[in-house]
Design a protein around this ligand. Structure first.
Ligand SMILES: Cc1ncc(COP(=O)(O)O)c(C=O)c1O
Length: 391
């Protein structure tokens, strides 16, 4: 009867057995059975229905992880969702599941820098080659396809530069050449973008960010369609990349308010973007300016925007950029994002990695804001006082 996902998130996973609104944390290494017969019966059920939550060992999960997987599967509109101990674990699992020595990967140039290191450097040692494409020129993607291409790995928007890509076009190119696709959808989450429904085979979200929302847990989710399910399941089993029940509980708790928080992140970010857009030294890396390519690509696929944005600052005085960032009072300095609190980072090479298609002039500097859930007027006042230092 319940139609809206917002309502579903509030009502799901009640525990009438224990009479608690939230499900218990079930911690188990040994899953205990009443008889050997019961074990065999459960194993048969698991074979018949591999997504049905039938476990015979704690590494496969418990009811706590299963509840989270069920909620996420509904949110993604996918065949199944695997959960991993970190978001990067999901990135690794997606790639490891489908790529073998001799294969090639084509990845978006602005992928999260550890994803770049994994594909470009680490997998090279296993005779897996990665070619990077320009997110705004998909000819560079299509041109890179060879008989060996196994996977197209997208991150949308691009890490730190926030390049929005033509996702539908990427999917159709992949289908034309029968290549598998994966996307890192941490920025939008399936609340704003449902990649599996768009035709992607795999979709990753770092649950550390908006799912948990409270900056106190790490986790990842990998949504899959039926086509790749068995491959990912086999890889998950062999790597042991599974989320523990305590973290699963915290992520489920965070999901209760995902829609409320993301809507507020979006509203706050929009107000900050409107304020920043008036500053001539700043180019916003956020879908705000209506006629820009990034805005059009965002509008085409997303139903909303999250709170993470970039600022490309033009200044010949790098110390004044540093002073601007260091003068902020309400923005914490630290990695990660997606929590309730605002954060800032001055981006250096470490964050962006050795990109092929990033044209950053000497007098251009990248700053990243995560806009939290504070009163946006306070955040604007804080940015205003800090901007006095920017020369
Ligand atoms: C876009 C993106 N994907 C994946 C990850 C990795 O997630 P985790 O830190 O949970 O491993 C991050 C972390 O910052 C990220 O920004």
């Amino acid at each position: 009867m319940v139609k809206s996902f917002k309502t579903f998130l509030k009502h799901t996973a009640k525990d009438f057995h224990n009479q608690s609104v939230n499900p218990p944390v079930v911690r188990a290494s040994t899953i205990i059975f009443k008889s050997m017969k019961h074990i065999r019966k459960t194993q048969k059920k698991a074979q018949k229905n591999p997504v049905g939550g039938h476990y015979d060992y704690g590494r496969q999960g418990t009811s706590t992880t299963y509840i989270l997987q069920k909620i996420l599967t509904k949110l993604e509109g996918s065949y199944h969702v695997f959960t991993t101990p970190t978001g990067f674990g999901s990135v690794f699992l997606a790639i490891f599941s489908v790529v073998r020595p001799g294969d090639e990967i084509i990845a978006a140039d602005p992928v999260y820098s550890p994803t770049r290191i994994l594909t470009q450097d680490f997998l090279k040692e296993f005779n897996i080659k990665t070619i990077f494409y320009n997110p705004h020129d998909l000819k560079t993607l299509e041109r890179s396809i060879t008989k060996k291409t196994k996977l197209i790995f997208v991150e949308n928007p691009g890490s730190n530069t926030f390049d929005f890509q033509d996702l539908g076009k990427i999917v159709s190119i992949a289908k034309k050449y029968k290549i598998l696709t994966a996307i890192d959808n941490t920025w939008g989450t399936p609340y704003y973008l449902k990649p599996i429904k768009l035709g992607f085979d795999m979709s990753i979200v770092s649950a550390t960010k908006y799912y948990s929302g409270h900056s106190d847990v790490m986790g990842g989710s990998l949504a899959v369609n039926k086509k790749v399910f068995q491959k990912v399941k086999a890889a998950e089993k062999i790597t042991g990349l599974r989320l523990g029940p305590d973290d699963a509980y915290l992520i489920t708790r965070g999901l209760r308010t995902l829609d409320v928080r993301l809507d507020r992140h979006r509203e706050n970010a929009k107000k900050i973007a409107a304020f920043l857009s008036k500053n001539k030294k700043i180019k916003l890396l956020y879908p705000f300016k209506k006629n820009s390519l990034n805005f059009r690509m965002w509008k085409k696929y997303y139903s909303g925007a999250s709170g993470l944005m970039g600022l490309k600052i033009k200044s010949n005085n790098i110390n004044s950029v540093r002073k601007f960032v260091n003068s902020l009072k309400l923005f914490g300095y630290g990695y990660s994002w997606g929590g309730f609190e605002s954060l800032v980072l001055h981006q250096e090479f470490r964050e962006t990695g050795n990109r092929k298609f990033m044209n950053l002039a000497k007098d251009e500097h990248l700053v990243r804001f995560h806009i939290g859930l504070e009163d946006p007027n306070d955040l604007i006042a804080d940015i205003k006082q800090a901007l006095r230092h920017l020369k």
